[in-house]
Design a protein around this ligand. Structure first.
Ligand code: NAD
Length: 490
């Protein structure tokens, strides 16, 4: 069985405790590789390596850092196929989705590489005579990046590229369920010329390795993507040491279809919103809000399209719905189906584990649609993180806004309408980090992404993301001859 050691200070790193754990192939339903189980000593070594590398990395000219980032992007493009297949094996993601993600990911390194030497300080237009003041943007130091299992490399790149452009060094802790691609990816970055210690990987479990990383005194920032419950723990732990955090958490995003929408496009967007990536995405459009006059037609068409989706081997380019990544998540999705039935929702499609022959021994769930859902039900309020859609009818715009905003989450929202004025009104009124109009699940390195309410703190992507890894230093210079009164504020 293949073994994945950690990667620290530019080298493979065996676990100090000598322990390894198994990682599964979700389509085969069995382990395929061993991952190093890190502990406190491994975390210490990785953070110290990042701390040692920090002055050299931060002192490179921003242009040199930028050029190297662009080289890393090119290296990633050159190894996209290998990394895609690795993720399909370890995570069960569709090969077609991984091709799309990995052919796009180099853009993060090219964009933030380009941005690195455009980060400028300011001259402060002071209100006091005899002084000159300017600001400089300074990298925060060692950043801990903690990622979930659903899109390991994409979510890592969203954090890593701006952190490196800013001049920070990094220790990454990938999910214990999908660590292999991160280890391979960071190895690749070093082969492409990244200096040792600038990016390190410790693998292992959240409660020990993840928590130790967050608590490490040399870590100066935590950038996390994952469940909101974990995000709260990390925020509380980081607060003890006054460490800033970026938290990209979950969602229960509404996909809102008005009667005046292009229903072909809307049905396509609804199916894409909840069944792409097997619903295992933070931006899953897991609540379909549909205007009552077109409710039956939209439901029928969504059921028809989802019902014909091809399930099976994620490595087959024709497959449209792959397995659930972990047995625990598989059980959780099935639990939510039982909860929805017990709450009185009506099953319109699916509702069970998939036992089709093409699903083999994998952890599959049939695409599942519930109608007759009330927004107060758990199936409408809690994140399932699987292929389960809750359909909620609404009467008019005001009603749609009320239902959409009646959620503790606020990550994404879709609005389907042919009325441009309504589109603007809805975009203004929905409390959500992203609103998509007549599309869904579109992301870009250029477009800020993140949540409001329980969906998180901070934004990734776009120019603003690099500032999450920087802080201002303000320098005052006395250009006057006077020595002031020592007992008075100058
Ligand atoms: P998770 O919170 O269980 O784990 C995420 C990471 O945190 C893992 O690496 C885990 O080992 C680590 N971790 C766990 N406990 C920790 C602790 N106490 N201290 C430090 N690290 C700890 O999440 P998951 O199950 O891997 O991912 C699914 C969740 O992620 C969903 O809720 C989903 O919505 C969310 N998500 C959000 C986004 C986004 O951008 N908003 C993107 C993808 C996934």
């Amino acid at each position: 069985m293949q073994k994945y050691p950690m990667f620290v200070d530019g080298r493979n790193h065996e676990p100090a405790g000598g322990e390894w754990f198994l990682t599964d192939d979700p389509f085969q339903g069995k382990p395929w590789a061993e991952i190093a189980r890190g502990g406190q000593r491994d975390v210490d070594e990785a953070v110290e390596a990042a701390h040692r590398a920090f002055p050299g990395w931060a002192d490179l000219t921003a242009s040199a850092r930028g050029a190297l980032l662009r080289t890393l992007g090119d290296a990633l493009a050159g190894h996209a196929e290998r990394l895609a297949r690795l993720e399909v094996r370890d995570n069960g993601k569709l090969l077609s989705e991984m091709h799309a993600q990995l052919s796009y990911l180099p853009q993060w390194f090219h964009y933030y590489g380009g941005l690195a030497d455009k980060i400028e300080g300011t001259v402060v237009p002071l209100d006091k005579k005899g002084y000159f003041a300017y600001t400089q943007k300074e990298p925060l130091g060692v950043v801990a990046i903690i990622t979930p299992w659903n899109s390991p490399l994409m979510l890592l790149a969203w954090k890593l590229a701006p952190a490196l452009a800013a001049g920070c060094t990094v220790v990454v802790k990938p999910s214990e369920y999908t660590s292999a691609s991160t280890v391979e990816f960071v190895r690749l970055l070093h082969t492409a010329g990244l200096p040792p210690g600038v990016v390190n990987v410790v693998t292992g479990f959240g409660h020990d390795v993840g928590a130790a990383l967050v608590a490490h005194p040399l870590v100066r920032k935590v950038s996390f993507t994952g469940a909101d419950t974990t995000g709260r723990q990390i925020n509380a732990a980081a607060a003890r040491d006054l460490k800033p955090v970026s938290l990209e958490l979950g969602g229960k995003s509404p996909n809102i279809v008005f009667a005046d929408a292009d229903l072909d496009a809307a049905v396509n967007g609804v199916v894409s919103g909840i069944f792409a990536a097997t619903g295992q995405t933070c931006i899953a459009g897991s609540r379909l809000l549909v205007q009552d006059t077109v409710h039956d037609e939209v439901v029928r068409r969504v059921v028809d399209l989802a019902g014909t989706a091809r399930m099976g081997d994620p490595a087959d380019p024709a497959t449209q719905i792959g397995p659930i990544t972990t047995p625990a998540q598989h059980a959780k999705v099935l639990d939510y189906i039982d909860i929805a039935l017990a709450e009185g929702a009506t099953l319109a499609l699916g509702g069970s584990a998939a036992t089709r022959p093409e699903c083999g021994d994998g952890w599959f769930v049939e695409p599942t649609i519930f109608t007759g859902v009330d927004n107060g039900m758990r199936i409408a309020q809690e994140e399932v993180f699987g292929p389960v859609l809750a359909v909620i009818p609404f009467s008019d715009e005001q009603h749609a806004v009320e239902i959409a905003n009646d959620s503790r989450f606020g990550l994404g929202a879709g609005v389907w309408t042919s009325d441009i004025a309504r589109a603007f009104r809805m975009a203004q009124r929905i409390r959500s980090g992203t609103v998509w109009v007549n599309t869904y699940r579109a992301v870009s390195y250029l477009a800020p992404f993140g949540g409001v309410k329980d969906s998180g703190i901070g934004r990734e992507n776009g120019i603003g993301a690099v500032h999450a890894y920087l802080e201002d230093r303000c320098v005052w210079i006395n250009t006057g001859a006077e020595t002031g009164n020592p007992f008075v504020l100058r």
